[in-house]
Design a binder for this molecule. Sequence first.
Ligand code: NAG
Ligand code: NAG
Ligand code: NAG
Length: 152
Amino acid sequence: MVSFTSLLATFVVVASTTVATVTPKLAEQPVITYLGTQGPILSSGAFTTKGIVYTAGTVPSLNGTIVSGGIKNQTAQVIKNIAVILAEAGTSWDYVLKTTVFLANMSDYTAMNEVYGAMLPTPKPARTAVEVGKLPGAFLIEIEAIAAIPDK
Ligand SMILES: *[C@@H]1O[C@H](CO)[C@@H](O)[C@H](O)[C@H]1NC(C)=O
Ligand SMILES: *[C@@H]1O[C@H](CO)[C@@H](O)[C@H](O)[C@H]1NC(C)=O
Ligand SMILES: *[C@@H]1O[C@H](CO)[C@@H](O)[C@H](O)[C@H]1NC(C)=O
């Protein structure tokens, strides 16, 4: 029977050989890929890291209440809320690899994009933006993010 100590020793050896150094995405060049005739696609880099955090779909709430002021204000609130989640997970918007933006109305895309573009660091994460039939509350936008957790 393999002892716990030897298993642990094996694990430590394996773990120490797989430690990757993550550099902030800000310091990276975005990766441009080409997919047939679809034109240049910003793929926003490839990361190898021990830690990845997936946020839940995050809504424009402040202390449990949906903020007023329309799509721009709601977009800003979601981005701030995700920043808090990422900070708690030991990372930040600088390390976000991918976002998905759910809009209640695709007519809000341009206004959302204005706020999103101004608030997020560049290069931007890869993004998917879709209109959904319904969001589960009286809000206009929900965003989820996937971020790398940098080494300390
Ligand atoms: C949200 O709740 C916190 C903690 O109760 C409070 O300090 C803060 O002022 C509240 N913010 C707003 C905008 O109501
Ligand atoms: C925008 O949202 C903030 C909270 O993020 C809120 O304090 C403010 O009243 C809202 N602005 C408008 C115009 O509704
Ligand atoms: C989406 O927004 C447009 C422009 O404000 C509006 O004309 C349309 O009725 C909205 N669609 C829905 C389903 O609310």
